[in-house]
Design a protein around this ligand. Sequence first.
Ligand SMILES: Nc1ncnc2c1ncn2[C@@H]1O[C@H](COP(=O)(O)OP(=O)(O)OP(=O)(O)O)[C@@H](O)[C@H]1O
Ligand SMILES: [Mg+2]
Length: 494
Amino acid sequence: MQERSNTLASDSLQALSEIAFTVNSIQEIRPLLEKVLEIAMDTLAAERGFVLLKSESAPSGFEVKSSFNISDELLADLTGISNSVVTEVMAKGEPVILFETERDPRYNTSESIVLQSIQSIACVPLSIKNQQIGAIYLDSLTKRSRFTNESLPFLTAFTNQAAIAIENARLYESLRAENRRLRDEVQRMHRFEELIGQSPSIREVFDTMTQVLDTDATVLIQGESGTGKELVARAIHYNGPRKDQPFLALFCGSLPDSLLESELFGHKRGAFTGAVTDKKGLFEAADGGTFFLDEVGDLSPQIQAKLLRVLQEGEIKRVGENHVRNVDVRIVSATNKMLEELIREGSFREDLYYRLNIISIDMPALRNRLSDIPLLAHHFLDKYSAKKPGIKGFSEQALEEMRGYRWPGNVRELENTIERSVILAKGELIEVGDLKLPQSLAPIGDQTGLTLREAEQRLVEQTLKDNQDNISQTAKQLGVSRRWLHYKLKEWQA
Ligand SMILES: Nc1ncnc2c1ncn2[C@@H]1O[C@H](COP(=O)(O)OP(=O)(O)OP(=O)(O)O)[C@@H](O)[C@H]1O
Ligand SMILES: [Mg+2]
């Protein structure tokens, strides 16, 4: 007997530590209830069991949420008979242990027990802060594993733990559902699923986008690096009538003129050394679709003239050919330069500017829409925590820190920050320390007296040095694209 109770004690301890672990590890209610039932049944060697939770929609006021070894019919019988143990436990909130049920004067007339000739039953309420949230029911049809009053202390401790876990899981699920609902609601307000934001300035962008979707008007998107210009260009294409036709993009600053021309307009075989076959240009390839000219301010005067012709006449001429071809392409362009300034300097054609800029969209800098930060941060958390699902969110301080930061690299910098913090985070919440936001720019000497361009170059060079010339790292730290960085470095070399 001594030995048996020792085994029970050690099994009980094992079960208690298992349930404590479960509290912290299973967040979804269904697998959690299954695990709770499994541990209880294993520890008491029960043959059958189920977990009930209070439910306002069920007629009896409670609902079986997880069961083992019991058919649905029997379940209905067990929970339906008013005089049964379950009803009493649910009503009084006290545990009931029955052994030799046939001799127990309280229950031997109880239909279900008699009908099923159950030998012993343990039914314990699940309660939290004196509120009853459900019960665990275990029984045995043979005399082999009879429950005794000795099992009660364990069962009580166990169900207390289980109740906390269940309550946490419910809370977690309702928070997640609420989060999902709020986000769906925000998304329903505009149709651009991939574009996150609800601040007035970004809504203005969505409104303009909506107005131009069904037109062929050219759109010029202006804004700082990382504000989402390319994303907007794509969204205009993929939400409009041209969506089944190609969307082609060209980074205008990436090629020398001669190559760029043949890339854009195509060439005839033999037009220049290396032109061994006829080749279609990007404009032809994008026929029927949208052509996205990224960093349009970097186009040379020659290419600007040819582009103007595409816009005015809808015509292109392949390099080395004399006849024109018609193309039907919608042009969306983007720049993070002030084109008006380039026009004043004489490096950008004014007539082209007006052609490109039938509709203009100004992307707000992230520091001017700080209210979108929590929304964006959660969006990126969802994206990057897929492989690390333990992370639930951000600490209040982390959100505060993000709202207070100036985000020189805009949304791209925020995205990179979240990606990195997910990797660094050790707990369930991303903390301030995981964000690794620069407190202030590293000292790079006295910057007064420098032009913006010189300061930009210094900052880039210093950051490159700090990152041992690693382009990806430097781009990440600065919150700019690698393409932008390559381009700038080339520009400064010249
Ligand atoms: N409103 C937004 N919602 C969700 N993600 C966004 C949003 N704006 C930008 N992003 C994300 O931020 C990153 C940078 O966006 P994008 O490349 O469109 O910026 P950009 O303005 O073209 O920058 P650059 O001038 O450096 O080319 C991308 O990963 C993009 O998906
Ligand atoms: Mg871009």
